[in-house]
Design a protein around this ligand. Structure first.
Ligand code: FES
Length: 248
């Protein structure tokens, strides 16, 4: 396939999205709901680009649209830049207090929103936390609950989740920093979801290093792995000891 992107011709051998191609070519397209490790989602529309194919022009999300032979793609026309700014303002209106979001939009020249703000810290529609929990962790501890205006991301019945393993992937991937994870005493707290998960001690040094449920899951999925019960430091020390013993 041959395509033109921002004036440069590119040969594309395998199926990929316009965003993937742009990244390969060093072209910067802003994103929000997209994450490399997750399936394409196309919810925030921040990554829109102009596509010309068979004489017809259209705007589409580069994270979900696959490259097709003969496409002429423009990633930063005046119209696109203006639309992205508007989208960024609308998104910011949902979480006006988010430092992470402001930093992300600063590049677009958006530091505040003209629209009425709701003091919310979750964007809701990016769905990153829900998707990572389902697609990568494989447990679906959280989902979209409620309808319309009352929709939110939460655990079933908004109570302490008994399936959450406390991995913190939801917090890690949240673009607004709304989800916080805190270790205190022998527990890990996923505060946004009122969830408490028990921590586990390293078999060697006795320090808390993970949650009981994570270790149980790992043991089940990778029964051949040794040292799952050890913290990273003790694993490293054990390896070093082995190495020096073999050198003697
Ligand atoms: S990053 Fe493409 S639609 Fe959100």
């Amino acid at each position: 396939m041959k395509v033109t992107i921002d004036g440069q011709e590119a040969k594309v051998q395998e199926e990929k999205t316009i965003l993937e191609l742009a990244i390969e070519l060093g072209i910067d397209i802003p994103t929000l709901c997209h994450h490399d490790g997750l399936e394409p989602y196309g919810a925030c529309r921040l990554c829109i680009v102009e596509i010309e194919k068979n004489g017809e022009k259209s705007l589409d999300t580069s994270c979900t649209r696959y490259v097709e032979d003969g496409m002429v793609i423009k990633t930063a026309t005046k119209e696109i830049v203006e639309r992205r700014k508007l989208i960024a303002e609308l998104i910011l209106a949902r979480a006006p207090g988010s430092k992470e979001l402001k930093e992300r939009f600063e590049k677009l020249g958006v530091t505040k929103s003209r629209f009425e703000s709701k003091d919310n810290d979750c964007l809701l529609y990016c769905g990153r936390c829900v998707r990572v929990c389902k697609e990568k962790v494989g447990i679906e501890a959280i989902s979209f609950v409620g309808r319309g205006y009352d929709t939110k991301v939460d655990t079933p019945f908004s109570i302490d989740s008994d399936v959450c393993i406390g991995c913190g992937s939801c917090a890690e991937i949240c673009p607004t920093g709304a989800i916080k994870v805190r270790d205190e005493g022998s527990n890990r707290y996923i505060e946004y979801f009122n969830t408490k998960v028990e921590l586990i001690e390293c078999k060697e040094c006795g320090k808390f290093f993970s949650t009981k449920k994570i270790i149980e899951k790992l043991k089940k999925e990778f029964p051949h792995l040794s040292d799952i019960d050890l913290c990273e430091t003790c694993k490293k020390n054990k390896k070093m000891k082995k190495f020096w013993r073999a050198k003697r």
